[in-house]
Design a protein around this ligand. Structure first.
Ligand code: DX5
Ligand code: ZN
Length: 218
């Protein structure tokens, strides 16, 4: 089963509510919320108030991707604003295990994000504690960048470990996903796909979403 998580980073913020409802009606499985602080990544997006505003407008799970320094300081805010998943970058966490426990303490599903260069060995000792691994297939900070295909072997390797250890972890891919790049990622075992520009920059968002999803299901 392929799940598409449109990233509202690429949406029109002047009508964010409608933008969320449109992709929900089109068959989105989650809403991806890209939070950037201008420190961990060279760009600023929005904080928990944006999530709070859209939470009542959709029944879909809210997938919060924190691209921020000191994530521990903001986890409670995002949990209370209605996050269903909170993913943190392993590169931003000094005490990753503690951060994961903190997310879970608010009843939110924890996940860990790996930048394109970060090896999967960095998370092998927390795999029992998380619900999701998010692989970045661009350097985080901006939408509309080109997919980095050298990440695919990492996805396949983690997928094999998940099967071998019989773990219950979703693999999500984020960055440069379209109807072409989804194919090798789905073959490598990923099940959730973030898509920003490939959905929101298209005239017919429903058609774009379904085309990407069907390509992943082949
Ligand atoms: C990048 C963000 C992505 C981004 C995806 O830092 O984490 O979620 O919005 O955008 P596209 O799909 O356009 O690469
Ligand atoms: Zn993201």
């Amino acid at each position: 089963m392929i799940k598409i998580a449109p990233s509202i980073l690429a949406a029109n913020f002047a009508k964010l509510g409608e933008e969320v409802k449109e992709v929900e009606a089109a068959g989105a499985a989650l809403i991806h919320i890209d939070v950037m602080d201008g420190h961990f990544v060279p760009n600023i997006s929005f904080g928990a108030i944006a999530l709070e505003a859209i939470r009542p407008l959709s029944t879909l799970p809210m997938d919060v991707h924190l691209m921020i320094e000191n994530p521990d300081q903001y986890i409670e805010q995002f949990a209370k604003a209605g996050a269903d998943y909170i993913t943190v970058h392993v590169e931003a966490c000094k005490h990753l295990h503690r951060t994961i426990q903190l997310i879970r303490s608010f009843g939110v599903k924890p996940g860990v994000v790996l930048n394109p260069h970060t090896p999967i060995e960095s998370i092998q000792h927390v795999l029992e504690d998380i619900d999701m691994v998010l692989f970045m297939t661009v350097n985080p900070g901006f939408g509309g960048q080109q997919f980095i295909s050298s990440v695919i072997p990492k996805v396949a390797a983690l997928s094999a470990i998940i099967k071998e250890r019989n773990l219950n972890i979703e693999i999500e891919i984020d960055g440069g996903i379209n109807a072409e790049t989804i194919v090798p990622c789905a073959q490598a075992g990923a099940t959730i796909f973030v898509a920003g520009s490939a959905i929101y920059n298209q005239e017919d968002r429903a058609k774009a979403l379904q085309t990407i999803k069907q390509a992943g299901e082949q």
